[in-house]
Design a protein around this ligand. Sequence first.
Ligand code: DGY
Length: 321
Amino acid sequence: MAKPVLIVTRRLPPTVERRIEKNYRALLNPDDVQFGSESLLRVASSADGILCTTTERIDRTLIDRLPNRLRIIATFSVGYDHIEVAAAQRRGITVTNTPDVLTEATADVALLCLLGASRRAYEGNRLVRERTWGRWSAVDFLGVGLQGKTLGILGLGRIGRATARRAVACGLSVIYHNRTPVAEASTIPAEYVARLDAFLARAQFLSLHVPATPATRHFLNAANLAKLPKGAIVVNTARGALVNDEALIAALKSGQVAAVGLDVYEGEPAVNPGYLELANTFLLPHLGSATIETRDAMGHRAVDNIDAFFAGRTPGDIVAA
Ligand code: DGY
């Protein structure tokens, strides 16, 4: 049987690309050029599947123009807000993602953002690099201690739970807000707070772990920021669209929010310049899952799903609209 034709939209770890080349007629992207909709449609016109990442927007317009032979879109990511899953389902196209394998790496970066923001890592790092560090001081660069404080986790899914466990080890108490309580919470331990207002009012630290959907877009707006305790620390390693940047920048300027640690941005790689002008911002370029081990595991998980699909089995990670 002829090997299926697979479009791989971005450069992937070498072991993953070698595996793909062995099993598929693969169109790899060695120069890692960015596909726009039209160029993706052009290469997809004779393809059976697409292995994409979060940098391609696979919306309804594009999905409606895909050839009938294209049966699977596998994303190299746990998040799939860049794909209009309902449109794919309407066309009978299977969509898969890569959960689990990036949980610990992403939670590590959530903790890094939390510490980077609370301990003023950007300011300290800048001082050393600019060679303007005069001498040690007992009163400069004072951050906010973690011990005995409360971290609010919005969304106690896999990454939320892994972040909560790290936070407890650092001496934080954890509360969480979800639509419904989570069974595993008691083992962390994390306390369920059903009312959003009550949850926000207690969150001296706030870490976002919900997917970007129309319902969660700009969750962190001026009204919700005002409900946080004054001087809260905010962390976002989930999706930039959860945050209204103008509102968060205003809160950082007023002191309502003492500092932020951000790994994701609405419209990334563009970053709202307001964040760049402030010293109380610890900013990373969406590298939550960026470890050698995790990126390998994500690639193999994506290919496991594609292999299962073309072997006539049900892929392990089918996402639903
Ligand atoms: C994901 O997997 O969704 C991460 O954001 C990495 O892209």
